[in-house]
Design a protein around this ligand. Sequence first.
Ligand SMILES: C[S@@+](CC[C@H](N)C(=O)[O-])C[C@H]1O[C@@H](n2cnc3c(N)ncnc32)[C@H](O)[C@@H]1O
Length: 195
Amino acid sequence: MDGMMRSARPGRRGPGVGLFLRRWARNPLQMGSVVPSSPALGRRIARLSRWDGDTTVVELGAGTGAVSRALLAAGLPPERLVVVEIVPEMAAHLRDSLPGVHVVTGDAFDLPRLLPTGLRIGTVICGIPMVLLPLERQRRFVAAVEAVAPGSGFLLYSYCVTSPLPWKQLGLHARREAWTPLNLPPASVWRYRIA
Ligand SMILES: C[S@@+](CC[C@H](N)C(=O)[O-])C[C@H]1O[C@@H](n2cnc3c(N)ncnc32)[C@H](O)[C@@H]1O
């Protein structure tokens, strides 16, 4: 298991809008949006997520934790949520604001190295802006998810009108499962599976 995977401590931090804006100003492509996800988008993602039995939900690019909070509010036990965030400052914020949640500081494209082997995953959720990445990077992401959650695919939320991934070229099935205008910008939730 990666040394940086630790449970979050109880903390007092707020939703982290200022932190999000600062990170967006430094690296807009990495953040993908100007503001954190809305509670409405988080609720839609939570409704589409599964954590049957003893499975875990893995959220990639958790940012300020808006989607994580919606998952917890929907009943996911914190110890069954793993969040991965590449920006150390944001990961620290997640650790402070999401007690009991496993926070991994790292690059989601290295997922097999970051997660404990044998972790049973119910749903993988991706908030990383994928649309502008080259096809080879997108392929690598699909392979990383498939390595840790064979056959389960992933949810990807996006502000694109059409699929943010070229699913046919990536050998995926794609389905838009939800859309909400109650997000800035309005967002869709796509489900992708290996075809
Ligand atoms: C659209 S934002 C997430 C929004 C989040 N739902 C919120 O409300 O704060 C995308 C996040 O993905 C993170 N990210 C980008 N590339 C990443 C990568 N390769 N691995 C892990 N996290 C990444 C960014 O640092 C950012 O926090």
